[in-house]
Write a protein that binds this ligand. Structure first.
Ligand SMILES: Nc1ncnc2c1ncn2[C@@H]1O[C@H](COP(=O)(O)OP(=O)(O)OP(=O)(O)O)[C@@H](O)[C@H]1O
Ligand SMILES: [Mg+2]
Length: 154
């Protein structure tokens, strides 16, 4: 599944569409360079889950934010992490297998801590306003999710 968004609002809408099928315990790993739209996508997911999007700013200095909505959203940004060990203090596992949805920016920084099953989202900067966003499911739950997302229109 792959989609090209032509402005930030379309990326937000894609995030909202993605949020619709999310369940407790789901893990979304976001890969993509600086400015590729990861936080914008999370804003859409947050909006779709009805968490207060106002407080979802790019948390480059923050490892974790937790918000209440249809489901809790655990939003991680590991940009500043050099080694996965640096996250040991935050109890990542409790969130990964917790009561909400985990969304991880810069998931490549903690790749070996990711469970076997997760939804992988790759974001690519094409030009000033266009981003290519592709989705891959690892494990049965996420393969099925990707199938359901195939027909997403934004
Ligand atoms: N189609 C688009 N989708 C998302 N963002 C877009 C798009 N077109 C332009 N932009 C702009 O690109 C920037 C994306 O920033 P955003 O913080 O979402 O990226 P990021 O991947 O989270 O970066 P970082 O790695 O620094 O956290 C924003 O300024 C946004 O307005
Ligand atoms: Mg970001």
């Amino acid at each position: 599944m792959q989609i090209i968004t032509r402005n930030p609002n379309q990326t937000i809408k894609l995030g909202m569409a993605i949020s619709g099928l999310l369940q407790k315990g789901d893990i979304l790993a976001l890969f993509g360079n600086l400015g590729s739209g990861k936080t914008t996508l999370v804003k859409g997911i947050a909006k779709g889950l009805r968490v207060k999007s106002r407080i979802v700013n790019s948390p480059s200095f923050v490892l974790l934010k937790e918000y209440g909505g249809r489901l809790p959203l655990y939003h991680f940004d590991f940009y500043r992490i050099e080694k996965p060990e640096e996250t040991y203090g935050i109890g990542l596992e409790e969130f990964l297998f917790g009561k909400g949805v985990c969304v991880i920016e810069w998931a490549d920084r903690i790749r070996r801590l990711l469970p076997k099953q997760y939804l992988r989202l790759n974001l690519k900067f094409l030009d000033k306003d266009r981003r290519k966003i592709s989705m891959n499911g690892f494990g049965r739950r996420y393969k099925e999710l990707v199938k359901k997302y195939e027909n997403t229109r934004i």
